[in-house]
Design a protein around this ligand. Structure first.
Ligand SMILES: Cc1ncc(C[n+]2csc(CCOP(=O)(O)OP(=O)(O)O)c2C)c(N)n1
Length: 380
């Protein structure tokens, strides 16, 4: 039989029945970012929680302003301000139980402080020290991560390990919109969904990765839609609505704790200031865009809600403001003290077993420091 005859005789058999492994519909994010403030849902929000959120937002903004001022005085090497993003920062810290873990990016100092880390210790890395400054185990806060998205697989590993050990722990990992283009983001979400790890991923979509706008970062309908591809729910929330972010993250944490697996939350927000004090944002975005976002300010939104419901008056605003000033004054005073630095620390903790080269360099520095001390002694 010729090949053509064989082909003619071939009748394809129907493939085995196929259906999606899970129904994608419940995983899809809402069409609009979820909002609470200024909507009917606000009436159900706990007044005490709203007041707490408000106090933390005001303190957070003051912290950002103080830290930025410290960069200008040379007390901090660099500071990535989260002004405009305080709702995400504060809510992320408040939704966790003490036994849970927070995995922040470099922009999330406010979340770290809101979780209980000393405000000065939280700035150690940004001051240019060689270590994180705080004990990650004390408040269950991983080091502020500068390499984009590397904190995400760490969060998944910790959460998965905790579940294997039978520990009731949820990990909440924070990342920027730019960080979602990293391989680590993909790997973390994939592992988390396959293992059903108790993790919540919070993407703060603040519009830019330094100068790169979101449109150049992804063609996805939204970052929350990416969740569906991994088999986890994606949620979209107004990132400047502290009550909404708190509610969505609380739901996600509860879901993870109950064994329901991970959630990807995309919070739509805006970085009002430059990427860091070393950046000039006017080179890639216009003032009018910034002004539009300032009209949707997280503190103003919450203040309006609290005032309208009679939960906050002028005296209350003043008390919160004063508390924030006290915190800033303490931060300023302590950051203006020169830290006692030992140059020999450079060689500590590099390797468990120092390499011969490191030992050689350590001896060289020790000798130079000793010679310098002798010289100073002789001049006195
Ligand atoms: C792996 C890696 N690549 C590049 C950088 C340089 N970098 C620092 S911040 C940044 C932009 C990140 O933007 P985004 O994730 O949106 O977070 P945002 O700064 O807006 O909070 C880049 C590319 C880095 N820190 N790590």
């Amino acid at each position: 039989m010729t090949v053509m005859e064989q082909r003619g005789a071939y009748r394809p058999t129907p493939p085995p029945a196929w259906q999606p492994r899970t129904d994608p519909a419940p995983l899809l994010p809402d069409a609009e970012p979820y909002r609470v403030l200024g909507t009917e849902a606000a009436a159900k929000a706990d007044p005490e929680l709203l007041r707490r959120l408000y106090a933390e937002l005001v303190k957070g903004r003051r912290y950002n302003a103080q830290a930025t001022a410290l960069t200008k005085q040379g007390r901090l090497a660099v500071y990535p301000s989260s002004t405009g993003q305080e709702a995400c920062e504060v809510a992320a810290a408040l939704v966790l139980e003490e036994r849970d873990w927070l995995f922040p990016s470099y922009r999330d100092t406010l979340a770290v402080v809101a979780r209980g880390v000393d405000p000065v210790e939280a700035l150690t890395l940004l001051r240019g020290d060689w270590h994180t400054g705080y004990d990650p185990y004390e408040h269950r806060v991983a080091p502020l991560s500068t390499p984009l998205a590397t904190q995400l697989p760490h969060a998944v590993g910790l959460a998965h390990a905790a579940r294997l050990k039978g520990d009731d722990v949820v990990a909440l990992a924070m990342v920027g919109d730019g960080g979602t283009s990293e391989g680590d983001f993909h790997e973390a979400l994939n592992f988390a969904a396959v293992w059903q790890a108790p993790v919540v991923f919070l993407v703060q979509n603040n519009g830019f990765a330094i100068s790169v706008p979101l449109a150049k970062q992804t063609a996805a309908p939204s970052l929350a839609h990416k969740a569906v591809g991994y088999g986890m729910p994606g949620r979209l929330v107004d990132g400047n609505d502290a009550a909404a972010v708190h509610e969505v993250l609380s739901d996600a944490v509860r879901h993870a704790r109950a064994g329901g697996g991970p959630t990807l939350v995309e919070a739509i927000t805006y970085r009002v200031e430059a990427h860091t004090n070393a950046d000039d944002a006017t080179r890639y975005r216009g003032d009018s865009e910034v002004e539009t976002w300032k009209q949707h300010d997280p503190i103003a939104l919450l203040e309006r809600e609290l005032t309208a419901r009679g939960l906050l008056d002028d005296a209350g605003v003043e008390t919160v403001r004063q508390d924030a000033e006290t915190m800033a004054a303490d931060l300023r005073a302590r950051m203006n003290q020169d830290p006692a630095l030992d140059p020999m620390d450079l060689f500590a903790h590099v390797y468990a077993e120092p390499t011969p080269q490191l030992l050689e360099q350590r001896e060289q520095l020790r000798a130079e420091l000793a010679a310098e001390a002798d010289q100073e002694g002789a001049q006195r």
